[in-house]
Design a protein around this ligand. Structure first.
Ligand SMILES: Cc1cc2nc3c(=O)[nH]c(=O)nc-3n(C[C@H](O)[C@H](O)[C@H](O)COP(=O)(O)OP(=O)(O)OC[C@H]3O[C@@H](n4cnc5c(N)ncnc54)[C@H](O)[C@@H]3O)c2cc1C
Length: 362
């Protein structure tokens, strides 16, 4: 790639990317720009296209593994801000710009007694990234409340609105991530939240916590507090003082098997763990079955706190690959591949990483 010479104002060169990621890993971006308006975003896209430079869109950096060599192109951090609210009888339509931070957005909804996203408390990152992998936790996901997504089409340069159905949401998937990766830049998301609605308490773990702590399962603030407390116990709320949170959250997705593949898996697994052992499995769409990636990893020989150089597994959560201090993307990848291989060899199951890999060939 040739050097484009002069760069537009506001652009920086050779910016280390690890500082923008929650796992704290990543070499430099050749060019870096924070886009605070749609016009500025458009201009930076035009410059990249005219200069033949590759592009990467950065949100809050909480779902990324960036190569130690960095990214030889332009990284644009989406810094669009603003929230508008439209009331509609029992519902509010809340439009949030992509660069708004997700958890303060959830906190605001809970304060206003708007139901629909309370179980998604404590998840880091930006609003604009939530439709990408249909962010979810504790039985709730954003596809339940997103009504529209506004996105800039990099191919045509035009802005387009997607309805919920057009986003093709599934478990940690969407049109944006799985069908047209890197094509659309999300500008804003509109959520439909229920005024004074009931909280969603769908996980036994959440019920138990509320029961044990005199929480009120119908009360949004009480459910938010319970979710945050449970997540903290698992190192799933960012905390600079807790090295177990220097991660991408869950690094592996729970695999989903068709019913017959599940029966075959169970027969094989029981030969390792015994026929009486309980193998966690949950009903998913169309009769398929969702397995627990954490269970597979533990039974393939990796326990919480497993160490691999400067990388490792969280001491609180098997699914969280952490940077123990000074870890490289190479070390993380070596650990990830070791875990994938062990699960494949023991159970014949391919567990897939959840984070997006940048500058890393898979
Ligand atoms: C401690 C911890 C706990 C977590 N818990 C959960 C959880 O419970 N559930 C869950 O689903 N996830 C969880 N995550 C993962 C992560 O927080 C979410 O996926 C989050 O939505 C990522 O947002 P981000 O802004 O940080 O995106 P980034 O990591 O910056 O980017 C992720 C992807 O989205 C793309 N992207 C970002 N913004 C835009 C945009 N405006 N337009 C187009 N593309 C964009 C990027 O190019 C990249 O491909 C957790 C992560 C951590 C560190």
């Amino acid at each position: 790639m040739t050097d484009p010479g002069s760069i537009p104002s506001g652009f920086e060169r050779d910016v280390p990317l690890g500082q923008f990621t929650t796992i704290g890993i990543g070499g430099p971006a050749r060019f870096f720009f924070r886009a605070g308006s749609v016009d500025a975003l458009r201009e930076s896209l035009e410059w990249a296209a005219a200069s033949g430079i590759e592009l990467f869109i950065l949100g809050g950096g909480s779902n990324l593994l960036i190569a130690d060599e960095g990214f030889d192109g332009l990284v644009i951090q989406i810094a669009l801000r603003g929230i508008t609210v439209q009331s509609e009888d029992r519902y509010v339509m809340v439009k949030a710009a992509a660069g708004e931070l997700w958890d303060p957005f959830v906190a605001g909804a809970v304060r206003n007694r708007w139901a629909g996203i309370e179980s998604l408390s404590g998840i880091p990152g930006s609003v604009g990234a939530t439709p990408i992998q249909n962010v979810g936790a504790y039985g709730q996901d954003v596809s339940e409340t997103i009504v529209r997504v506004e996105a800039l089409d990099r191919h045509s340069g035009t802005v387009r609105w997607f309805t919920n159905a057009e986003c093709h949401f599934g478990y940690r998937r969407s049109l944006f991530k799985n069908e047209t990766p890197n094509r659309y830049i999300i500008l804003s998301v509109v959520f439909r939240l229920e005024v004074g609605g009931e909280a969603a308490v769908r996980y036994p773990e959440l019920h138990r916590y509320l029961d044990d702590h005199d929480g009120d399962a119908g009360h949004l603030a009480s459910v938010r507090e319970a979710v945050l407390a449970i997540r903290r116990l698992k190192g799933m709320v960012l905390d600079a003082a807790d090295p177990d949170t220097r991660s991408d959250g869950s690094f592996f997705m729970n695999p989903i098997l068709a019913a017959d593949a599940f029966m075959e898996f169970r027969r094989g697994a029981q030969s390792f763990v015994g026929s009486d052992a309980k193998i966690p499995a949950f009903p998913a769409d169309d009769g398929s079955v969702k397995l627990s990636a954490a269970w597979l990893i533990e039974h393939a020989g990796f326990q919480k706190g497993f160490v691999h150089g400067n990388a490792g597994l969280s001491s609180k959560h098997t699914l969280a690959v952490i940077n123990r201090g000074g870890a490289t993307a190479r070390e993380v990848l070596a650990l990830v591949r070791m875990i994938q291989r062990a699960v494949r060899e023991r159970f014949g199951i391919e567990i897939q990483p959840e984070p997006n890999f940048i500058g890393i060939s898979t």
